[in-house]
Design a protein around this ligand. Structure first.
Ligand code: SAM
Length: 163
């Protein structure tokens, strides 16, 4: 399936939509270099961390308008996690759970998500609070928080069906 570009849209050379490969759009800087010291989930009062965008997302316009959003969903690749566990026993639990019953980093596609507060932007660097990943974790995507986001386009019939 191909989508025509509209006036005002710009593109980067990247993977086709049907390719499952991911592109790292940046790198996350946090105070944590050791998994044991890393929080299990980000906290609203956690330390300030930074999202450093790579080119072409850094200066190509992909961040335009992001400052309008106080909260962002951040998706990242938990690059040091093993990917083969079907069941796992969380530390200090002593009980086995199915991988998909947990938010553990150990999963077939180790994607982590956090809702963060956007504190500021300096060029291609965003300052945020609310992360829980190791320093150097690859950044996959950024989206405005679902609850507060209002699509810039008028509603479509499908919006009514899904509520
Ligand atoms: N908030 C995300 C989520 O719910 O999808 C991630 C939660 S996961 C439980 C967070 C833990 O993953 C951290 O406490 C740390 O042990 C581990 N972790 C953080 N960064 C990692 C990385 N780059 N590779 C592997 N494990 C990581």
């Amino acid at each position: 399936m191909s989508f025509a570009l509209r006036a005002g849209e710009t593109v980067a050379a990247t993977l086709p939509p049907e390719a499952a490969g991911l592109v790292f759009i940046g790198r996350i800087r946090t105070p944590w270099t050791d998994r044991a010291a890393c929080p299990r989930q980000g906290r609203p009062d956690g330390p300030v961390c930074t999202l450093e965008l790579f080119e072409p997302w850094a200066s190509g316009g992909a961040l335009d308008g992001v400052e309008a959003h106080q909260r962002l969903e951040v998706l990242y690749w938990l690059h040091l996690a093993r990917r083969d566990l079907l069941r796992q026993v969380p530390a200090a639990e002593g009980r086995s759970y199915g991988t998909f019953a947990l938010r553990s980093p150990l999963r077939p596609n180790p994607i982590g998500t956090s809702l963060v507060e956007l504190l500021g932007r300096e060029g291609a660097v965003l300052r945020v609070r609310g992360l829980d990943c190791l320093d150097g974790t690859p950044l996959l995507d950024l989206k405005p928080e679902r609850g507060s986001f209002r699509p810039p386009a008028p509603p479509t019939p499908g919006d009514a069906e899904t509520g």
